[in-house]
Design a protein around this ligand. Structure first.
Ligand code: N01
Length: 509
């Protein structure tokens, strides 16, 4: 039976199920294939591969990590057009890598997973899908990432608005903004990229800012034909270039630990704002009042000059109410609006965005209960009580300073090592010891206390409501790579199946 045929049956059984077809799921799939494991499936809730870079297509969408770093180390692309590529080029890269490794045939599209349950006797997981089907697997990898559920603010009267509402992650390219009155809410990484484009198209644009971001100049450059030719012909040059980018990004971990270093750069960045924005009052409002790095540092050369346009206004009052054709602000002023653009980010707390995604592990274990206070994992990858369940970009693996793909590759290497060791032992499941996970998280939270994220005087999506940071890795990325280089056998419990049904692949439905 071919892989394609297998994934069409109602209930099937595979060795590994991957939930999510973005960079993480793709990396996992490629490494499984390289290890000779074709008995897997990617369950993708959308109708295309690429994750973030499939869904986020707003005007100006681009990556703020350099392309030669923001790509797989094992799938170099000497032809990146710019230092920071735009969404379409990254999307094309992902499609190219997918085709090269023949991953599409292992993918089931429009397959939303709604729950996962472990049978410790059979040592198998059952994944429930929204269409009513089920999938049985020995291992599953949650690769959906933390930035895929759009966050919609709940402003008073929002339901009465008669115009168009667009979230940055769900852009409607058919909606023509020309001549329209647009009110854009939010000034995060997404907004600062689309605002300059919307300003050019709209009749009038109001940018509603709750907290100004720190923005540094974008060290943009286009790669010349000669550079690309050299990168292709002399791979060592491309690798050196990647190494240089890696090290310069890694250096940015220092101010994270020492906010005083971060503050040294603030006067120059304030001058950058005043240099780029002509109106003094507007410039003053754009200056953040918290330490650089506390929220994600953004990069743009186009955002600040947008406020010099006659058709753009900055509003720093809160939104009080939305009416049929307008937005009312806390000072009582009212702005007519044909369109609301929400650059309001994502629901990043897995306790909220996974609240309807029931996961049960060993007897008596329910992830929603175990994560009641905070999402916790070991190395952001395994969770005690949930054998053979892995996560990519799980708790405390996000980055404020370098490429998340570096972290994904480290995690995938670790998962492959776990699966390999389990098979070599002839066991059916592995489960990280609770005390190992607890020790790891206690230390991590201790180390986070001194960082700019906790002491920088801001709130951000890096923190839960109680201030605990379950999002970011507070060290150099090579330290994460070292920690995940291989699985320490003593960190885990290794168990055979009680029922003789763990020989996955032996009896397919
Ligand atoms: O979302 P955000 P994003 N009333 O959460 C504001 C990645 N990314 O989509 O700061 C008024 O950062 C909110 O205000 P405040 C990257 O990891 C990468 O922009 O909370 N305002 C904030 O200004 C990034 O960090 C790239 O006070 C409200 C904004 O909305 C992550 O995605 C590009 C509000 C949300 O900013 C998320 O970025 C894009 C309300 N009720 C995204 N609610 C690149 O690589 C929220 N806000 C370039």
């Amino acid at each position: 039976m071919t892989s394609q045929a297998r994934i069409n049956v109602k209930t099937r059984r595979v060795k590994v199920a991957i939930v999510g077809g973005g960079f993480g799921g793709l990396c996992m799939a490629i490494k499984l294939r390289e290890a000779g494991i074709d008995d897997f499936v990617i369950l993708e809730k959308g109708d295309g591969l690429g994750g973030t870079w499939y869904h986020n297509s707003y005007p100006g969408a681009a990556c703020d990590v350099q392309s030669h770093m923001y790509s797989f180390s094992f799938e170099a692309n000497p032809d990146w057009s710019h230092r920071y590529s735009e969404q379409q080029e990254i999307h094309d890269y992902i499609q190219g890598v997918t085709d090269k490794h023949n991953i599409r045939q292992f993918t089931r599209f429009n397959a939303e997973v709604t729950g996962a349950h472990f049978d410790d006797q059979a040592a198998l997981w059952t994944l429930n899908l929204a269409d009513g089907s089920q999938l049985i697997c020995q291992h599953w990898v949650l690769a959906s990432g933390p930035l895929h559920v759009p966050s919609f603010p709940n402003f008073k009267g929002m339901e009465n608005f008669k115009g168009k509402i667009i979230h940055s992650a769900q852009w409607d390219h058919d909606y023509d903004m020309s001549g329209k009155k647009v009110v854009s809410i939010g000034t995060g990484a997404s907004a600062i990229q689309y605002v300059p484009h919307v300003a050019q198209e709209a009749g009038h644009l109001t940018v509603v800012q709750r907290t100004p971001p720190w923005i540094i100049p974008r060290d943009e450059r286009a790669y010349s034909g000669m550079s690309k030719w050299l990168f292709r012909r002399v791979p060592a040059l491309r690798q050196l270039h990647r190494l240089r980018l890696y090290l310069s990004n890694e250096a940015r971990v220092m101010p994270i630990f020492n906010p005083r270093i971060a503050r040294l750069a603030e006067p120059a960045l304030k001058a950058f704002i005043h240099y780029q924005v002509k109106d003094k009052e507007t410039a003053r409002k754009l200056v953040p009042n918290y330490t650089l790095g506390c929220k994600r540092i953004l990069i743009s050369n186009a955002y600040y000059p947008t406020f010099n346009r006659d058709n753009v206004a900055l509003v720093t009052e809160g939104v009080k109410e939305i009416r049929e054709h307008s937005v009312v602000f806390s000072d009582g002023s009212e702005q007519q609006a044909d369109c609301l653009v929400l650059g309001t980010g994502f629901v990043v707390d897995p306790r909220i965005y996974m609240k309807d995604f029931e996961i049960t592990g060993l007897p008596g274990r329910r992830l929603q209960d175990d994560w009641k206070d905070a999402a916790q994992a070991y190395l952001g990858t395994t969770v005690s009580g949930y054998p053979n369940m892995f996560q990519l970009v799980g708790p405390n693996t996000g980055l404020g300073h370098n490429s998340i793909i570096f972290m994904i590759e480290s995690q995938v290497r670790y998962i492959m090592d776990a699966i390999g060791k389990l098979d070599a032992r002839g066991d059916a499941w592995l489960d990280v010891k609770q005390e190992v996970q607890d020790r790891y998280n206690d230390k991590l939270q201790d180390e986070l206390k001194g960082t700019v994220w906790q002491n920088g005087g801001c709130t951000s999506w890096y923190q839960q409501a109680d201030g605990r940071n379950t999002a970011l890795w507070p060290h150099a990325t090579f330290q994460f790579m070292a920690r995940t280089w291989n699985v320490n056998m003593k960190d885990y419990r290794w168990q055979p199946a009680v029922k003789n049904s763990a020989a996955v692949g032996a009896a397919r439905a």
